[in-house]
Design a protein around this ligand. Structure first.
Ligand SMILES: [Zn+2]
Ligand SMILES: [Zn+2]
Length: 262
């Protein structure tokens, strides 16, 4: 639990099992991932409302439902997005529920709602999704970040079959972006990372990257991309590292009239 504002202030605390309200679901957490946002909150570099149990990338089983809940039942395997959106503000009504601007909105593990780094959490039933058969709960814990990458790559990045795509950063998001770009028909995928990312760059090669570049040890990564693109630059660059320097480099990697997704 993040107990107070400031750097650190993370504690293990005993808390009561939350009781679901009429329209809420009590979920017993099966698996949860650590997001970059959790790290930013640890370092006091992100929005949050302490005290709050962190963790918003998770899966679990329904342990109890409020009396008005009909969409799921006890025992169902479920996931949810992080934002319990209001459905009424301008952003919600224009299809950007993840950008809900209601001042009292709840974001699991961040603001006004405890998250999944606990045995149980409660969430409103309208954001709960059942996990399909054949998907393990460990895999399902990636549903929230995977949805973010599907949105940024499939919805927001115009990748055509044969396109050359650079993915910057081989973390969870970058590796998923690599797989999604591949599934969209990208002709060549180049994944960049720093020297400490070598093991992740090796994973990238196994799951769809045609080439990886260590941007720290290579003296001129831009020329490598240019050589791979007949001097044109990449059709699309997906910035998944979160590093400012990578944003600048994205503009060097991309072709004229190409597309950069941040
Ligand atoms: Zn996250
Ligand atoms: Zn809203």
């Amino acid at each position: 639990m993040k107990t107070a504002r400031g750097v650190g202030n993370l504690e293990l605390r005993e808390i009561d099992i939350p009781k679901p309200k009429r329209d809420e679901v009590l979920i017993e957490v099966a698996a949860a991932g650590i997001c970059g946002t959790d790290i930013h909150i640890k370092h006091d570099q992100a929005f949050y409302t302490p005290p709050v149990v962190l963790g918003h990338e998770y899966s679990g089983k329904v342990a109890e439902v409020g009396e008005d809940v009909t969409s799921v039942a006890v025992g169902n395997r479920v996931v949810s997005p992080a934002t319990a959106y209001c459905g009424k503000c301008h952003q919600c009504k224009t299809g950007h529920m993840n950008r809900c601007t209601a001042p009292d909105k709840r974001i699991l593990g961040t603001s006004n709602a405890n998250g999944a780094f606990a045995k149980y959490l409660v969430v409103p039933d309208y954001i709960v999704h059942q996990v399909p058969k054949g998907v393990s709960l460990e895999e399902a814990a990636l549903a929230e970040p995977f949805a973010c990458v599907v949105h940024s790559v499939i919805d927001k990045t115009p990748i055509c079959p044969g396109d050359i795509v650079v993915v910057q950063g081989p973390g969870t998001m970058g590796l998923m972006a690599t797989q999604i770009a591949k599934s969209m028909g990208a002709g060549k995928i180049i994944v960049t990372g720093v020297t400490a990312d070598k093991w992740r760059l090796d994973i990238a090669k196994k799951i769809g990257a045609d080439l990886t570049i260590d941007v720290q040890s290579e003296s001129d990564p831009v020329s490598i991309v240019n050589n791979e693109t007949d001097g044109q630059g990449a059709d699309a660059v997906i910035e998944a590292s979160g590093a400012c320097v990578a944003c600048t480099q994205a503009l060097d990697f991309v072709k004229v009239a190409g597309h950069v997704t941040l």
